[in-house]
Design a protein around this ligand. Structure first.
Ligand code: PSV
Ligand code: MN
Length: 424
């Protein structure tokens, strides 16, 4: 389904005057508005192919309707999102859920929607039908060389498919670890994983990156072989300049200071990418900014500060992706909310008075430092985000337009009620 230009125009015309009034108010008090709008327009967030359908928990799944039935329809969904918000110009694929038989067709389709392919994701956390070796006791860490070989070959196949689509990165998330004390020799598991990763690393094309994603627990509950940013950084450092750490916001133990992690990884030139989501307890995969919006802002504050310190391009030097699972919301609506929350946090971080903050830090003026951060966080910059979207050809209020046009109903008409999208 394609959004028609006249539908967008009618929506924007109706909201234009109100938007202008809110925008002028923000412009009056935010001197660097134009620079912020330009940065927002350039900033794109990759949408995970596995988040376009309703997920579930181990207790059940309440399926949505009109879910994409294949990769073509997933691309169509992301195309729709991007047409609405102009900030979702990339899709991240998970193999084998999204295995591509004809990459050139898929690539053309994505181009038609103005999308590129973000990092490719491999899957050695599930056994696939007909697979020779089982990942029950791990994949790249496995004690049996034949299992490791199968997992390495799978990752190399994912790179091959990614190359055909024009992707430039591979994300490896391993469920490897152990459930019980004594099950695993930690050092040996680490070394075996490193040897396996080295083989995958050697297969990376020259301009490719590999992101090593860490996660504290789940599905293993006693130890995880890439369990935190320290372990991920160890692997990335040992592998070489094309290897980086990927931070998924839901993969930390409670109250971890993620903004500090991000700052140090950037300093070490080892932060590669992000999986945005939010959580209350564990890897809840909730809408970004729905639980801890201040934390999201603080993370962006460190990102902007750290990237600027190194002269990095905000839009292209890191991989920005969402990783979410929608148990009760419409996935497209949820993704729109996540993108909006990310853009707001980014805009607020861009508006921080850096010079004043540095001075306050230098002088140990703790009160002033907090005032500066909270001034940015408590200023409503939504009109700037809307203006960036509008200038880029999107909708002033994507979610309202999605609802006004009853786009989910249209998708159900096309695809049916009983559709199940691949993914978790
Ligand atoms: C694991 O929890 C994870 O965050 C990894 O990124 C996976 O690829 C993704 O979720 C989907 O299972
Ligand atoms: Mn993730």
């Amino acid at each position: 389904m394609q959004l028609e230009k006249h539908q967008l125009d009618r929506h924007n015309d109706k909201l234009f005057n109100g938007h202008q009034r809110k925008l002028s108010f923000v412009q009056e008090f935010t001197p660097e508005c134009e620079a912020i709008i330009k940065k927002l327009m350039a900033f794109q967030i990759g949408i995970p192919s596995w988040a376009l359908g309703n997920g579930g928990t181990r207790f059940g799944r309440f399926s949505g309707a009109g879910e994409p039935r294949n990769l073509e329809e997933k691309i169509e969904d992301v195309g729709l999102l991007h047409a609405l918000n102009r900030s979702s110009g990339a899709i991240s694929l998970h193999i084998p859920w999204d295995s591509v038989a004809d990459p050139s067709n898929i690539r053309n389709l994505a181009t038609q929607y103005g999308l590129r392919f973000d990092a490719m994701n491999s899957n050695t956390f599930q056994d696939q039908k007909g697979q020779e070796q089982s990942y029950k006791f791990g994949s790249l860490q496995h004690t049996d060389k034949a299992v490791r070989k199968q997992a390495i070959e799978h990752n190399i196949e994912v790179i091959r498919q990614g190359v055909a689509l024009g992707s430039e990165a591979l994300t490896i998330w391993l469920a490897d670890g152990s459930c019980f004390p004594g099950q695993l020799n930690f050092r040996n598991a680490f070394q075996r994983t490193l040897e396996s990763l080295k083989e995958i690393y050697a297969a990376l094309p020259a301009h490719w990156k590999v992101f090593i994603e860490y996660k504290a627990f789940e599905p293993n509950f006693y130890s995880t072989t890439v369990g935190d940013w320290g372990q991920s950084l160890l692997f990335a450092n040992k592998l070489g300049p094309k290897a980086f750490t990927l931070v998924d916001l839901g993969h930390h133990l409670p109250n971890a200071n993620i903004e500090q992690i991000v700052s140090l990884l950037l300093m070490e030139e080892k932060l590669g990418g992000f999986h945005f989501n939010d959580s209350k307890y564990g890897d809840d995969d909730l809408t970004a900014g729905s639980i801890k919006p201040y934390q999201l802002f603080l993370i962006f504050n460190e990102l902007v500060e750290g990237m600027d310190a190194r002269g990095m391009d905000h839009a292209s030097d890191l991989g920005w992706m969402i990783d979410a699972s929608h148990n009760i919301k419409d996935p497209l609506e949820d993704l729109m909310q996540s993108v909006e929350a990310i853009m707001i946090a980014y805009a607020q971080a861009l508006s921080v008075d850096r010079k004043a903050l540095q001075l306050a830090q230098q002088e140990n003026d703790v009160v002033r430092a907090q005032e500066i951060l909270q001034q940015a966080f408590r200023t409503d910059l939504r009109p700037l985000v809307a203006e960036a979207r509008f200038r880029a050809g999107g909708a002033l209020e994507p979610l309202s337009l999605f609802r006004d046009l009853e786009l989910r109903k249209e998708l159900i008409k096309e695809r049916g009620r009983e559709t199940v999208s691949t993914g978790l």
